[in-house]
Design a binder for this molecule. Structure first.
Ligand code: SF4
Ligand code: SF4
Length: 375
């Protein structure tokens, strides 16, 4: 048996890479470590060839600082993929490397112990327990203290882990609006598994998404409304893998546009900066949000790239994460409002601005549409 569990992913990647170097130029981490994505695959295979046991393999990888830094410093932003003529799948490569790192004990437990989002307790459920946040009336498809499991729902609403924890009143307000506009709704209060993938628990993330898909199927919902583009992408892949074709995945802004929703508040004064999420690959969240808020996309200031939260880089190299957040926020002028598509971006900017205050109004798009706000 191969010492690397994901060796087929490295063989495939190495075989498809022409070593043109475009990905290196597109990424500060690859540039700093003077490595191409194809070389990451090659270095994983070379370490395996030079080792006879898992312990030797772990030591060989640990000794290769460039390899470790490039694998652990990836935000999964896919900027490099956009420059690759072969469209080589960086996420498949780095998720595989992280999974092998995890199997070999190369990812320290401190970085993932709090984000095991398929277990009973993680950062988000602990926060919810401390502040007494539960959704017994909204989670209809499972047995709760107030009702039997219900399987006659029209819509499943998926706010994502950050919003359910840090914006409970906002979550309920959005839930009520969806129900009023589209019919009987149930709440999916799980995480999409992104922190598991980032920390090398790829198979557990897949199992979690499969469980979510089962719950949605049981609920009877024919539409899944997602607040975050990352959750929508994860569920799209999951539905495809499970052959689920009768549930439409729709972004919250598109759902609201389709139903003629009117924002509950006026746009803030001052310039608006739209922060594109790296998971919003086709820009559809940005487009539908701009339409809802009445922002002219041709005139809007849009800025791209990861906010710094992707890939759990903060737990390995907090300085790289800080620099990334700083760079992205540097585009926003004082007294402007930064509008994020993903709640984790809002949270990341919020944490950064607490440490290094600037007069910037930091908002998730849902906070500009509804009355309630993030905690
Ligand atoms: S996905 Fe982003 S961070 Fe990762 S290697 Fe590509 S450009 Fe660099
Ligand atoms: S851009 Fe694509 S083909 Fe070129 S080195 Fe990177 S992964 Fe290989």
């Amino acid at each position: 048996m191969s010492l690397l569990e994901r060796s087929s992913a490295y063989w495939k990647f190495a075989g498809q890479c022409a070593q043109c170097g475009s990905c290196t130029k597109a990424c500060s981490s690859l540039t700093n470590n003077d490595v191409t994505l194809g070389q990451i695959a090659q270095m994983m295979l070379a370490a395996e060839r030079a080792s006879s046991t898992k312990e030797e393999l772990a030591a060989a990888i640990r000794a290769n600082e460039r390899l470790v830094k490039a694998v652990r410093g990836c935000f999964f932003c896919t900027t490099c993929k956009n420059t690759c003529f072969a469209h080589n799948d960086v996420c498949d490569l780095i998720y595989s490397a992280r999974a092998d790192f995890q199997n070999l004990g190369l990812i320290e437990p401190d970085s993932w112990i709090g984000v095991q989002v398929d277990k009973e307790w993680d950062t988000f459920t602990a926060y919810r327990a401390i502040y007494g946040i539960g959704y017994p009336d909204q989670i209809r498809h499972v047995l709760t203290t107030t009702h039997e499991p219900e399987s006659d729902c029209d819509i499943a609403f998926f706010p994502g882990c950050a919003l359910t924890a840090y914006g409970s009143e906002l979550t309920v307000e959005i839930f009520d609006a969806i129900q009023e506009l589209g019919g009987k709704t149930t709440l999916i209060d799980h995480c999409c598994g992104s922190p598991l993938k980032s920390n090398g628990f790829y198979d557990r993330a897949i199992a979690l998404c499969d469980l979510i898909a089962e719950e949605i199927t049981f609920s009877g919902a024919k539409q899944l409304v997602c607040v975050c583009p990352g959750c929508a992408n994860a569920m799209r892949t999951t539905f495809k893998r499970n052959g689920i074709t009768d549930v439409e995945i729709i972004s919250l802004p598109k759902f609201l546009n389709d139903h003629g929703f009117e924002p509950k508040q006026k746009l803030p004064d001052g310039k608006i900066f739209l922060s594109k999420a790296c998971q919003d690959r086709d820009g559809s969240y940005l487009e539908e949000t701009s339409k809802l808020l009445g922002i002219d996309m041709d005139e809007a200031a849009i800025y791209h790239g990861c906010c710094g939260a992707g890939g759990a880089v903060s737990s390995y190299d907090p300085e790289r994460q800080q620099k990334r957040t700083e760079k992205k926020l540097s585009f926003a002028t004082d007294d402007s409002t930064v509008v994020s598509m993903c709640p984790t971006c809002t949270y990341t900017y919020g944490s950064y601005l607490l440490e290094k205050p600037r007069p910037i109004n930091n908002k998730h798009y849902a906070e500009l549409l509804f009355e309630n706000q993030f905690d």
